[in-house]
Ligand binder design. Structure first.
Ligand SMILES: Nc1ncnc2c1ncn2[C@@H]1O[C@H](COP(=O)(O)OP(=O)(O)OP(=O)(O)O)[C@@H](O)[C@H]1O
Ligand SMILES: [Mg+2]
Length: 229
Protein backbone atom coordinates (compact mmCIF):
# COMPACT_ATOMS: atom_id res chain seq x y z
CA UNK A 1 0.00 0.00 0.00
CA UNK A 2 1.17 3.53 -0.74
CA UNK A 3 1.51 5.24 2.64
CA UNK A 4 2.80 8.59 1.36
CA UNK A 5 0.11 11.25 1.52
CA UNK A 6 0.68 14.47 -0.34
CA UNK A 7 0.16 17.65 1.68
CA UNK A 8 -2.55 18.83 -0.72
CA UNK A 9 -4.61 15.69 -0.14
CA UNK A 10 -7.30 16.42 2.44
CA UNK A 11 -9.40 13.30 2.34
CA UNK A 12 -8.49 9.75 1.53
CA UNK A 13 -11.07 7.00 1.86
CA UNK A 14 -10.23 3.48 0.74
CA UNK A 15 -12.54 0.48 0.53
CA UNK A 16 -15.17 1.94 2.86
CA UNK A 17 -17.97 -0.42 3.85
CA UNK A 18 -20.88 0.37 6.12
CA UNK A 19 -23.74 -1.90 7.15
CA UNK A 20 -26.71 -0.79 9.22
CA UNK A 21 -28.37 -3.58 11.16
CA UNK A 22 -31.80 -3.06 12.67
CA UNK A 23 -33.45 -6.11 14.22
CA UNK A 24 -33.00 -8.96 11.77
CA UNK A 25 -32.59 -6.79 8.67
CA UNK A 26 -29.30 -5.35 7.44
CA UNK A 27 -28.62 -2.70 4.83
CA UNK A 28 -25.26 -2.46 3.08
CA UNK A 29 -25.19 1.31 2.76
CA UNK A 30 -21.62 1.47 1.39
CA UNK A 31 -19.96 -1.40 -0.40
CA UNK A 32 -16.30 -0.63 -0.90
CA UNK A 33 -16.14 3.08 -1.70
CA UNK A 34 -12.85 4.91 -2.27
CA UNK A 35 -12.50 8.67 -2.61
CA UNK A 36 -9.64 11.19 -2.54
CA UNK A 37 -10.26 14.91 -2.33
CA UNK A 38 -7.55 17.56 -2.67
CA UNK A 39 -7.29 20.96 -1.01
CA UNK A 40 -9.39 23.53 -2.87
CA UNK A 41 -11.46 20.88 -4.62
CA UNK A 42 -15.27 20.95 -4.70
CA UNK A 43 -16.71 17.46 -5.21
CA UNK A 44 -20.40 16.72 -5.76
CA UNK A 45 -21.76 13.43 -4.49
CA UNK A 46 -24.89 12.48 -6.43
CA UNK A 47 -27.09 9.41 -6.70
CA UNK A 48 -30.61 8.23 -5.96
CA UNK A 49 -32.21 8.48 -2.55
CA UNK A 50 -30.81 5.76 -0.30
CA UNK A 51 -27.63 5.32 -2.37
CA UNK A 52 -25.38 6.13 0.60
CA UNK A 53 -24.50 9.83 0.12
CA UNK A 54 -25.21 10.97 3.69
CA UNK A 55 -23.59 7.84 5.10
CA UNK A 56 -20.42 8.57 3.14
CA UNK A 57 -20.43 12.25 4.18
CA UNK A 58 -20.83 11.32 7.83
CA UNK A 59 -17.90 8.92 7.64
CA UNK A 60 -15.83 11.43 5.72
CA UNK A 61 -16.63 14.17 8.29
CA UNK A 62 -15.84 11.93 11.30
CA UNK A 63 -19.46 11.90 12.52
CA UNK A 64 -19.81 8.16 12.02
CA UNK A 65 -17.56 5.09 11.72
CA UNK A 66 -17.17 2.69 8.82
CA UNK A 67 -17.14 -1.08 9.34
CA UNK A 68 -14.28 -1.67 6.94
CA UNK A 69 -11.78 0.42 5.03
CA UNK A 70 -9.34 3.17 5.83
CA UNK A 71 -9.68 6.92 6.21
CA UNK A 72 -7.25 9.78 6.42
CA UNK A 73 -8.02 13.42 7.06
CA UNK A 74 -5.30 15.93 6.18
CA UNK A 75 -2.82 13.07 6.13
CA UNK A 76 -3.79 11.85 9.62
CA UNK A 77 -4.81 8.19 9.92
CA UNK A 78 -8.22 8.02 11.59
CA UNK A 79 -8.53 4.27 12.10
CA UNK A 80 -7.83 3.28 15.69
CA UNK A 81 -8.07 6.83 17.00
CA UNK A 82 -9.65 7.34 20.45
CA UNK A 83 -13.08 9.02 20.52
CA UNK A 84 -11.79 12.13 22.33
CA UNK A 85 -9.05 12.66 19.77
CA UNK A 86 -11.58 12.16 16.99
CA UNK A 87 -13.89 14.81 18.47
CA UNK A 88 -11.01 17.28 18.77
CA UNK A 89 -9.97 16.64 15.18
CA UNK A 90 -13.53 17.08 13.93
CA UNK A 91 -13.92 20.37 15.83
CA UNK A 92 -10.67 21.69 14.52
CA UNK A 93 -10.64 20.50 10.94
CA UNK A 94 -14.19 19.88 9.69
CA UNK A 95 -16.97 22.37 8.92
CA UNK A 96 -20.57 21.24 8.40
CA UNK A 97 -23.43 22.64 6.32
CA UNK A 98 -26.82 20.89 6.39
CA UNK A 99 -30.06 21.05 4.45
CA UNK A 100 -31.93 22.43 7.48
CA UNK A 101 -29.15 24.86 8.40
CA UNK A 102 -28.88 23.53 12.00
CA UNK A 103 -28.45 26.96 13.53
CA UNK A 104 -28.99 27.39 17.25
CA UNK A 105 -32.41 29.14 17.35
CA UNK A 106 -31.84 31.07 20.60
CA UNK A 107 -28.49 32.49 19.47
CA UNK A 108 -28.26 35.45 17.13
CA UNK A 109 -26.32 35.30 13.86
CA UNK A 110 -23.10 36.63 15.40
CA UNK A 111 -23.18 34.08 18.23
CA UNK A 112 -23.98 31.16 15.93
CA UNK A 113 -20.96 31.97 13.78
CA UNK A 114 -18.71 32.56 16.79
CA UNK A 115 -19.60 29.29 18.49
CA UNK A 116 -16.97 26.99 16.85
CA UNK A 117 -14.25 29.43 17.90
CA UNK A 118 -15.48 29.34 21.51
CA UNK A 119 -15.18 25.54 21.42
CA UNK A 120 -11.62 25.91 20.14
CA UNK A 121 -10.69 28.35 22.94
CA UNK A 122 -9.89 31.29 20.62
CA UNK A 123 -9.40 34.63 22.44
CA UNK A 124 -12.21 37.21 22.54
CA UNK A 125 -10.31 39.76 20.45
CA UNK A 126 -9.50 37.25 17.71
CA UNK A 127 -13.07 35.95 17.77
CA UNK A 128 -14.47 39.43 17.21
CA UNK A 129 -12.19 39.98 14.23
CA UNK A 130 -12.81 36.60 12.63
CA UNK A 131 -16.60 36.66 13.11
CA UNK A 132 -16.78 40.07 11.45
CA UNK A 133 -14.71 38.85 8.52
CA UNK A 134 -16.76 35.71 8.10
CA UNK A 135 -20.05 37.64 8.19
CA UNK A 136 -18.76 40.06 5.57
CA UNK A 137 -17.48 37.25 3.43
CA UNK A 138 -20.93 35.70 3.10
CA UNK A 139 -22.70 39.10 2.93
CA UNK A 140 -24.68 38.71 6.13
CA UNK A 141 -23.10 41.36 8.40
CA UNK A 142 -26.20 43.63 8.48
CA UNK A 143 -28.08 40.79 10.19
CA UNK A 144 -25.52 40.02 12.90
CA UNK A 145 -27.90 40.66 15.79
CA UNK A 146 -30.93 38.86 14.32
CA UNK A 147 -32.15 35.46 15.41
CA UNK A 148 -32.16 32.75 12.70
CA UNK A 149 -35.99 32.74 12.69
CA UNK A 150 -35.97 36.28 11.33
CA UNK A 151 -33.94 35.33 8.22
CA UNK A 152 -34.80 33.83 4.83
CA UNK A 153 -33.62 30.32 3.93
CA UNK A 154 -30.78 31.66 1.78
CA UNK A 155 -29.66 34.00 4.54
CA UNK A 156 -29.73 31.17 7.07
CA UNK A 157 -27.60 29.02 4.79
CA UNK A 158 -25.09 31.88 4.50
CA UNK A 159 -24.89 31.99 8.29
CA UNK A 160 -24.32 28.23 8.33
CA UNK A 161 -21.55 28.62 5.75
CA UNK A 162 -19.94 31.42 7.77
CA UNK A 163 -20.04 29.12 10.80
CA UNK A 164 -18.41 26.32 8.77
CA UNK A 165 -15.66 28.48 7.28
CA UNK A 166 -14.73 30.44 10.39
CA UNK A 167 -12.31 27.82 11.64
CA UNK A 168 -10.63 27.60 8.20
CA UNK A 169 -11.42 23.90 8.04
CA UNK A 170 -9.44 21.35 6.08
CA UNK A 171 -12.71 19.81 5.00
CA UNK A 172 -16.28 21.07 4.59
CA UNK A 173 -19.11 18.56 4.40
CA UNK A 174 -22.41 19.82 2.98
CA UNK A 175 -25.46 17.54 2.92
CA UNK A 176 -28.07 18.82 0.41
CA UNK A 177 -27.26 22.46 1.22
CA UNK A 178 -29.53 23.83 -1.54
CA UNK A 179 -32.49 21.47 -1.12
CA UNK A 180 -34.68 24.03 0.68
CA UNK A 181 -33.75 26.99 -1.50
CA UNK A 182 -35.11 28.50 -4.71
CA UNK A 183 -32.89 28.19 -7.78
CA UNK A 184 -31.40 31.71 -7.71
CA UNK A 185 -30.51 31.42 -4.02
CA UNK A 186 -29.20 27.90 -4.56
CA UNK A 187 -26.84 29.18 -7.28
CA UNK A 188 -25.51 31.85 -4.90
CA UNK A 189 -24.88 29.24 -2.23
CA UNK A 190 -22.96 27.06 -4.70
CA UNK A 191 -20.86 30.08 -5.70
CA UNK A 192 -20.08 30.69 -2.07
CA UNK A 193 -18.96 27.09 -1.52
CA UNK A 194 -16.89 27.34 -4.69
CA UNK A 195 -15.16 30.47 -3.34
CA UNK A 196 -14.67 28.86 0.03
CA UNK A 197 -12.91 25.92 -1.60
CA UNK A 198 -10.59 27.93 -3.80
CA UNK A 199 -9.78 30.85 -1.48
CA UNK A 200 -9.37 28.95 1.79
CA UNK A 201 -8.06 25.77 0.22
CA UNK A 202 -10.69 23.71 2.03
CA UNK A 203 -11.77 20.45 0.42
CA UNK A 204 -15.56 20.63 0.02
CA UNK A 205 -17.76 17.55 -0.46
CA UNK A 206 -21.42 18.21 -1.25
CA UNK A 207 -24.19 15.62 -1.42
CA UNK A 208 -26.82 16.88 -3.83
CA UNK A 209 -29.76 15.94 -6.03
CA UNK A 210 -29.41 19.29 -7.72
CA UNK A 211 -27.92 18.92 -11.20
CA UNK A 212 -27.35 22.65 -11.52
CA UNK A 213 -25.18 22.37 -8.47
CA UNK A 214 -23.23 19.39 -9.77
CA UNK A 215 -22.44 21.39 -12.93
CA UNK A 216 -20.49 23.91 -10.85
CA UNK A 217 -18.31 21.37 -9.05
CA UNK A 218 -14.82 20.24 -10.04
CA UNK A 219 -15.83 16.62 -10.02
CA UNK A 220 -19.04 14.64 -9.78
CA UNK A 221 -19.01 11.28 -8.02
CA UNK A 222 -22.06 9.09 -8.42
CA UNK A 223 -23.18 6.51 -5.89
CA UNK A 224 -25.67 3.80 -6.77
CA UNK A 225 -26.71 1.32 -4.15
CA UNK A 226 -23.63 1.93 -2.02
CA UNK A 227 -21.16 1.68 -4.87
CA UNK A 228 -19.31 4.30 -6.84
CA UNK A 229 -20.10 4.34 -10.55
N1 LIG B 1 -29.27 4.97 10.95
C1 LIG B 1 -29.63 4.12 10.01
N2 LIG B 1 -30.13 2.88 10.35
C2 LIG B 1 -30.48 1.98 9.41
N3 LIG B 1 -30.39 2.20 8.08
C3 LIG B 1 -29.91 3.40 7.68
C4 LIG B 1 -29.51 4.42 8.61
N4 LIG B 1 -29.08 5.48 7.92
C5 LIG B 1 -29.19 5.17 6.63
N5 LIG B 1 -29.69 3.91 6.46
C6 LIG B 1 -29.90 3.20 5.18
O1 LIG B 1 -28.68 3.22 4.46
C7 LIG B 1 -28.91 3.48 3.09
C8 LIG B 1 -28.17 4.73 2.67
O2 LIG B 1 -28.76 5.86 3.31
P1 LIG B 1 -28.24 7.36 3.12
O3 LIG B 1 -28.98 8.20 4.08
O4 LIG B 1 -26.77 7.37 3.21
O5 LIG B 1 -28.70 7.66 1.62
P2 LIG B 1 -28.70 9.03 0.80
O6 LIG B 1 -28.05 8.74 -0.50
O7 LIG B 1 -28.15 10.12 1.64
O8 LIG B 1 -30.26 9.27 0.55
P3 LIG B 1 -31.08 10.66 0.39
O9 LIG B 1 -30.76 11.15 -1.00
O10 LIG B 1 -32.50 10.25 0.53
O11 LIG B 1 -30.63 11.62 1.45
C9 LIG B 1 -30.42 3.56 2.92
O12 LIG B 1 -30.89 2.30 2.52
C10 LIG B 1 -30.90 3.91 4.31
O13 LIG B 1 -32.21 3.43 4.52
MG1 LIG C 1 -28.93 11.91 2.42
Amino acid sequence: MNTTISTSERVRLTGIRKRYSTGDTAVDALRGVSLNVAAGELVALTGPSGSGKSTLLNICGLIDHQDEGERFLAGIAINGMAEKQLTDLRREKVGFVFQNFNLVPVMNVHDNVEYPLLLLGVSAAERRERVQQALMRVGIEPYASRLPDALSGGQRQRVAIARALIKVPHLVIADEPTANLDSVTAAQIVDLLRQLASEQGSAVVVATHDHRMADHCDRVVQLVDGEMQ
